[in-house]
Ligand binder design. Sequence first.
Ligand code: PHE
Length: 343
Amino acid sequence: MLSVEEKILEIRSKMTADLESVSSSEGLTRLWGEYLGKSGCVTMLSRELGKAAPADRPALGKAINALRGWAEEQFKAAESAVKQRELEERYLREAVDVTMPGEDLPVGGLNPVTIVRRQLIDVFGGLGFKVYEGPEIEDDYHNFTALNTPMEHPARDKQDTFYINDDLLLRTHTSPGQIRVMESWEPPFKVLVPGRVFRCDDDATHTPMFHQMEGLVIDKNLSLCDLHGLLDTMAKAMFTPDTKTRFRPSYFPFTEPSVEVDVSCCECGGKGCSLCKGTGWIEILGGGVVNRKVIENCGLNPDEWSGLAFGFGLDRISMLKYGVNNIHILFDGDTRILSQFKK
Ligand code: PHE
């Protein structure tokens, strides 16, 4: 039978060897249990104290306590060594070579219609226009009646308009935005109304959903000359600085007089080519002086206030600018095509 002193010496040397060879936190935890746990050998030793002769007990108790203190110190030191080694191993395992070339992440681009919409808002914004967006589901009053469109007008036909019920419909143009703004804003003002519009129409240059941008100016003593100045500034900014604009007489129920607006062909500069069908001109929008009846319908006095209005097809302008010949390309969502418009 070993004496307690001998056992203490044995535990010291065995523990020193064990701690030297331990290499992981798990191993260390297990060793801790073997020595200092509830039934660990150091703990068991304290229990044996009861068997010793009463006279020897104080000295033995002191020696066992010293062993326990020493063991705890050793474990603390071993723990920090193991932690440090584990951290170093982890650094090696998870090392990243920051000098390696990175992987390209695909970056999206804007749809040409969005590009054109933003450019137009930018140009007209510089001229003092604010932006208003009206509802896509409109009532008959705002889409037709308030815009002086007679009951028998072909645009009201069920073949041309998506009706939801007798009164509600998908707006066929952004012009109802004019009415909503005049009803609620204090004149004078300049406003742009961009948005989606809907018509029963589907071929290479028409889709049932497309995009328009309405412009409306309400002020005193406005004339067609003011409209020409505005649209000429826009055309030069959107196409090239030497782009020319011309007005041709037209008809819309909500403007009087009404005009179709052409720009000199952006492809041939006006000489005549297949894009402009040999005429040198391309139609890009409709507009005119706001009909007095429309101003009156919105509760303004037409002897005091005058208006200018115009409406673009954003899809049409995108197609012209980017040489797209089929409108469906804009909405099919084929990224191989759309990525070509990335700046
Ligand atoms: N709303 C007309 C259309 O959709 C365009 C337009 C707007 C014409 C404003 C005159 C004034 O064709």
